[in-house]
Design a protein around this ligand. Sequence first.
Ligand SMILES: [Zn+2]
Length: 433
Amino acid sequence: MENYYQPEIECASREQIQAWQDERLVKQVKHVYEHVPYYRKKMEEKGVVPEDIRSTADLHKLPFLTKDDLRQAYPYGLLATPLEDVVRIQSTSGTTGRRVVAFYTQHDIDLWDECCARAIMAAGGTKKDVVHVCYGYGLFTGGPGLNGGSHKVGSMTLPMSSGNTERQIQFMCDLGSTILCCTPSYAAYLAESINERGLRDKIKLKAGIFGAEAWTEEMRRDIEKSLGIKAYDIYGLTEISGPGVSFECSEQRGMHINEDHFIAEIIDPVTGEVLPEGEKGELVFTSITKEAFPLLRYRTRDICVLSREKCSCGRTHVRMSKPMGRSDDMMIIKGVNVFPSQIETVLLNKGYPANYQIIVNRVNNSDTLEVQVEMTPEMFSDSVTKIAAQERELVDALKAMLGIYARVRLVEPKTIARSEGKAVRVIDKRNLY
Ligand SMILES: [Zn+2]
């Protein structure tokens, strides 16, 4: 099984992909309608019957599913097969509210492994590789997903799980790990530890597959440089299967979504209206091949853009951008969708610390946006001209990212209040709600 790359699927024509999606969607809608009372009720509330869904063109007629539905239907309310066909569960970390439990039949595990195998192959993996998995194992999908994918590729798999950095580095050196799978922040930490110990020459890593948290292009470059590897992004969520819903190819320009298994839509997070290709909005997934836990039109809350532009790797599956933020965090300023994460990206790229505050107000019926940014002690100076120049530079960079003017005010080091836990980044004084 040296070559798990499947050009007949991954490089199929648009017509072929469309045909698969049409056929599988129709079948899937019947499956959930017949086996999941929760779905049937939701569809009935919207006045839709399975016969109304004849192709993906009818997808928009189906109701959305949200995390609230998953919580309400907990634990078994969305299970679409008899319990005896289920072989595994995975679960989200559940930092807020009830946990989400996702169910898998053996078929579902196989298709998930297949998606992860594609991701590993796209990062240059073959059966000759040594795949070092230090995502957590257990209920979290990261470890089991990449583990299964690596088995499918036929690579020697190191099920390291997370933590114990000494042992990670020891095995990496002794066993000659070539592909590292973990969160980008752990990869950065490993890189630092390896370089501190002067072991950079002892490692054989060539690629990394990093996901499960947000990371910037700058962080990618840092990790690539400090480990001497190519760093690939991977995306997924437990509700849809786990990592491998989409993955980066050697182009590193967006992640190919496995369209033979998942249909992606981009919607306006406020109105729910489906947006045309290339527009920024909330990512919605429909799972068309899963048996036990097939979610239809599941709202991910992740904001991104889809592109069908031809990819030079040869894969034809649609690409999604890295998520630019969560729809829960979206602000509408002067009619433009703005995410705190976009502002943060600009600040970090310009070398500012992540200590900032965003103040939104409405003056004479017009929205105003102000970003207060803390300088580092090195940046701080008494020269008003110098500070004004730095502020202008940030105004231009923010304008390029957001498309609107933001006033920038640089403040002295340690003047923005630190908070325990989640920082309060946005102060919206408009009282719109
Ligand atoms: Zn590609």
